[in-house]
Design a protein around this ligand. Structure first.
Ligand code: NCD
Length: 328
């Protein structure tokens, strides 16, 4: 789809002084393309869908959604597929470059042109930053970024905030700790970006020095007046935290394997650490988790990450329905 601005006259409307762009016909490249009001509309829609239970809706009958996963995925791909099918759409997909003509030397632009002809919407995951934006510039139909390198993962951030809202009834006024690989992690980065659209009480950025948040992330927090602090150990701040967002070290994104060896296993959330936490603390994780959360924690009331993964379906259903402009 063409750059966003081309669509503003069609879909934008003003609600109580806030500019609300709406979702209809939009690409989803970065969570920062959306306003708080947009996200609240999405969450209300997802909540309605969730309350309907596992019914099959037929609102997207006749539509074809292409899932173009050039990088590995479990939850994102399967929850998009589930969401599309529950709305009545058909799905075409591939997973991994080996399976398609990229292995024969085809360039991304040609692959996207072809998918755009076959389908009504493309969901793309790629190891290169900017790949989804590039695809959106080529495709005439909407493109959803399901992760581009270390940069953005907007639909994960939508699910994450929806989970916080369901757990606490609010996203504002809470103290967050984003823990782990803040340098290479697109889920962590998108979550931090998403928080800047709301009014968190405080955000702790918790990571080993080598995995600190990138300068552009810190700059955004500063510009948007979000109170935050970079710390190395979760143990130092845990008693203050309401929502802990944990991420794995993104081994595959390290340019140098020796750098990865330096940070491997450098943090782990255990029941011992959690003995200093508020009773109401909840832990989110985009998954997959490797060794950064002790399996004992899975059974505790702190663990909200499986619930969060389940919300992937209603949130992605809501997003698809809104982009196609169908009523549910
Ligand atoms: C995340 C991703 O792919 O960025 N996973 C996901 O989509 N749920 C996080 C990760 O791989 O660590």
């Amino acid at each position: 789809m063409c750059p966003l601005t081309a669509y503003i006259p069609v879909s934008h409307y003003v609600v109580m002084g806030f500019v609300k762009l709406g979702f209809k016909g939009r690409d989803v490249i970065s969570i920062l393309d959306f306003s708080r009001e947009d996200l609240e509309e999405l969450f209300a829609y997802a909540d309605r869908i969730e309350k309907m239970g596992r019914v099959k809706l037929r609102v997207l009958e006749g539509k074809i959604i292409a899932l173009a996963f050039f990088e590995p995925s479990t939850r994102t791909r399967l929850s998009f597929e589930t969401a599309a099918k529950r709305l009545g759409a058909d799905v075409i997909s591939f997973s991994g470059e080996e399976a398609i003509s990229v292995a024969k030397g085809e360039n991304l632009a040609d692959t996207i042109r072809m998918l755009d002809n076959y389908s009504d919407l493309i969901v793309i995951r790629h190891r290169y930053e900017g790949a989804a934006k590039f695809a959106a510039e080529i495709a005439k139909n909407p493109v959803i970024n399901a992760g581009d390198g270390k940069q953005h993962h907007p639909t994960q951030a939508m699910i994450d905030l929806y989970t916080v809202k369901k757990l606490y009834g609010t996203i504002d006024g809470l103290t967050y700790a984003v823990v782990g690989d803040l340098r290479y992690g697109r889920a962590a980065t998108s979550f931090i970006y998403a928080l800047t659209l709301f009014k968190p009480k405080f955000v702790y950025l918790v990571s080993p020095p080598l995995l600190r948040a990138r300068p552009e992330t810190l700059k955004l927090l500063q510009e948007r007046g979000i109170r935050f602090k970079e710390v190395e150990n979760i143990g130092d701040v845990i008693s203050d935290v309401d929502v802990m967002y944990v991420t794995r070290i993104q081994k595959e994104r390290f340019p140098d394997p020796l750098e990865y060896e330096k940070v491997k296993g450098s943090y782990k959330i255990t029941m011992d650490i959690l003995s200093h936490a508020k009773k109401e603390l909840r832990i989110l994780h985009p998954l997959p988790k490797v060794d950064e959360i002790d399996p004992e924690v899975d059974k505790s009331p702190y663990a909200a990450y499986f619930l969060q993964a389940a919300y992937g379906v209603p949130v992605r259903m809501a997003l698809l329905a809104l982009i196609f402009g169908v009523e549910i």
